[in-house]
Design a protein around this ligand. Structure first.
Ligand code: ZN
Ligand code: ZN
Length: 372
C-alpha cells in the first residue's frame, strides 16, 4: 500500500520537470527536517514515510515515467511496491543514498563514560558494628598526564593519514534497488579521523591513558553486612573525550568473629554456665561487642534456654536502633570429680527429691515453648 495518494512532486516541493539533482536535494533537506529522531512535529513520522516514498519513485527514471503518465494508478498496475523504511536503519539508508552520514553516527567515537572500578576491603565484626573509615587503593585508568590524554608526545603534532589521504572515510559504490548505493566506512588505520599521531607519547605509548593507583577514603557505615558493596560515584575509570568517570565499588568483607554468629541484625552467642551457676543463679560476665557486661542469671536456669539482651546486637544499617544479643545457655557438667566433690554430690543427691527437679511450667507450656 502506498503511504499516500498525494502528489509526489508536491510532497518533495519540486516542479514536475525538476532534475535528478533537484529531487535529491529536496529529499535530503526534507529528510533531515522530518526524521522522527530529530523532529518534534507529531506528524513528522507520517510525512517522513511519504517523502521517502516520493523520493523512491521520482529518483528512478522507470517509476518516474510511469507516475508522470498514469499517476498512482500507473504505479500500482506496474507492480510498484514502496520499500518501507525501518527507522532504526535510517542512518544506514542515508549513507547508502548519499555516501554521507545524516545524523552523525559514523563520526569517530564521541564522548564515553568511563568503566566502573572495584576494590575489596576486609573489616572485623566490631568495626562493622561501629562503622569505620578505611583507605582503599583502587587502580583506575586516567587520561595520561604526560600528554593530557592526546596520545601525542608533547611538542609533536598530527600528520595526514597515508592510508586514506586524510579522508578518514572510504566509499564503496554498488548497484541496488535504489540505484547506485554508496557505502561509507571508516579508515581502519586512522579510525576515521584522517590524521595520524606523528610521534606517540613516550609515557602511554600513544594510548592517551595510564593506570593510576588512587587512594580513596571509604566511610564504611555501622551495620554493614558481609559482601555488601559501597558505591562511590565518579571515582572509577576516567571517561574518554570529555565523558564522565565511572563509579567505584568497594566490596566489604566482614571477617567472622569467633564469639558471635550474626543473624541479620541480631548476634547469637553461647552462655556457658557451670552446673552450680545454673542451679544457684547469680551474676555472670558475658561478652558483648562493646566489651564484657554482667547479667543476672535465675536460679534453676536450664540448658537450651535463650537469654536475650535487647539492643546489644548489630546496629541497623540505614535505620534506627540495634538488634539483640541472644545467648544460648549450655550447662557444664563436671567431668572429673575429686574425692571431696564426689562426696558432696552424693550428699546432695541423697537429700534431693522429685520436687528438687520439678518444672514450673505445665506440659502444655513446655510444648508451646518448644514450637515457638
Ligand atoms: Zn601520554
Ligand atoms: Zn586513514
Amino acid at each position: 500500500m502506498a503511504a499516500s495518494e498525494r502528489d509526489y512532486y508536491e510532497l518533495l516541493g519540486v516542479s514536475r520537470n525538476a532534475s535528478e539533482v533537484e529531487i535529491k536535494k529536496a529529499f535530503r533537506a526534507l529528510a533531515r527536517e522530518l526524521h522522527p529522531d530529530v523532529s518534534e512535529h507529531p506528524e513528522a513520522e507520517e510525512r517522513f514515510k511519504q517523502v521517502v516514498e516520493a523520493y523512491e519513485v521520482l529518483s528512478k527514471t522507470e517509476t518516474r515515467e510511469l507516475y508522470d503518465r498514469f499517476g498512482h494508478a500507473g504505479l500500482r498496475s506496474g507492480g510498484y511496491q514502496p520499500t518501507g523504511v525501518e527507522y532504526g536503519n535510517l542512518s544506514d539508508l542515508f549513507s547508502a543514498f548519499f555516501g554521507d552520514d545524516l545524523f552523525g553516527t559514523a563520526r569517530p567515537q564521541g564522548r564515553q563514560r568511563g568503566a566502573d572500578a572495584a576494590a575489596e576491603v576486609e573489616i572485623d565484626l566490631a568495626e562493622a558494628a561501629k562503622g569505620v573509615k578505611r583507605e582503599v587503593t583502587l587502580e583506575v585508568e586516567i587520561a595520561c598526564r604526560a600528554c593530557d590524554g592526546s596520545g601525542m608526545e608533547p611538542g609533536t603534532g598530527r600528520t595526514t593519514c597515508s592510508n586514506c589521504n586524510g579522508q578518514g572515510m572510504f566509499q564503496q559504490v554498488s548497484q541496488s534497488f535504489f540505484g547506485q548505493m554508496v557505502r561509507t566506512q571508516a579508515c581502519p588505520v586512522c579510525g576515521g579521523q584522517g590524521k595520524m599521531i606523528e610521534q606517540p607519547c613516550g609515557t602511554c605509548g600513544g594510548a592517551g591513558r595510564e593506570i593510576d593507583a588512587r587512594k580513596l577514603d571509604v566511610e564504611i557505615p555501622a551495620g554493614i553486612h558481609d559482601r555488601q558493596p559501597i558505591r562511590i560515584s565518579g571515582k572509577g575509570h576516567a571517561g574518554s573525550n570529555g565523558g564522565r568517570s565511572g563509579d567505584a565499588y568497594v566490596l566489604v568483607h566482614v571477617r567472622p568473629d569467633e564469639r558471635f554468629v550474626r543473624e541479620g541484625d541480631d548476634l547469637v552467642s553461647e552462655l556457658e554456665l557451670t552446673m552450680t551457676q545454673a542451679a544457684l543463679g547469680g551474676k555472670v560476665a558475658v561478652a558483648t561487642l562493646d566489651g564484657s557486661t554482667e547479667i543476672e542469671i535465675e536460679a534453676g536456669t536450664q540448658p537450651g534456654k535463650v537469654v536475650s539482651l535487647r539492643g546489644k546486637g548489630m546496629p541497623r544499617l540505614n535505620g534506627f536502633g540495634h538488634g539483640d544479643l541472644r545467648l544460648l545457655v549450655t550447662v557444664l557438667i563436671p567431668r572429673r570429680l575429686g574425692e571431696a566433690e564426689r562426696n558432696l554430690l552424693e550428699q546432695f543427691d541423697a537429700s534431693a527429691t522429685a520436687a528438687t527437679y520439678e518444672r514450673d511450667e505445665s506440659l502444655f507450656d513446655r510444648l508451646k515453648a518448644r514450637f515457638r
